[in-house]
Design a protein. Sequence first.
Length: 121
Amino acid sequence: MGFADKGLVELDGVRLIEHVIRRIRDDVSELIISCNRNFDEYKQYGIVVEDNRPGFPGPLAGILSAAAQVTSPICLVVPCDMPHLPENLCQKLMAQLNAHSACVVHDGYRLQPLVMLLRKS
């Protein structure tokens, strides 16, 4: 993607992050966005947490940055560049979480570890 900020890239005239938010907004009480650039752009969508670790260590570092802001006992994690998440994603994950600490999506072909439901504990 030529080092473009994926969340701000448009699909059908709508930013990818906006597609994702539309899919999850009814299932979350707050939206926390971890990013390492374009902070002002992302602030219009929710609480922004700066992932400012040197060397851009990846998405798990972003999740760690956001975890400190989570107030709910359960947290839905999704990347900003998956515009076609199922509308009932959170319900499906919640049904599988049970007594586990985390539930991660498998799309039938491979594990999608950045789509998960986590207990904050």
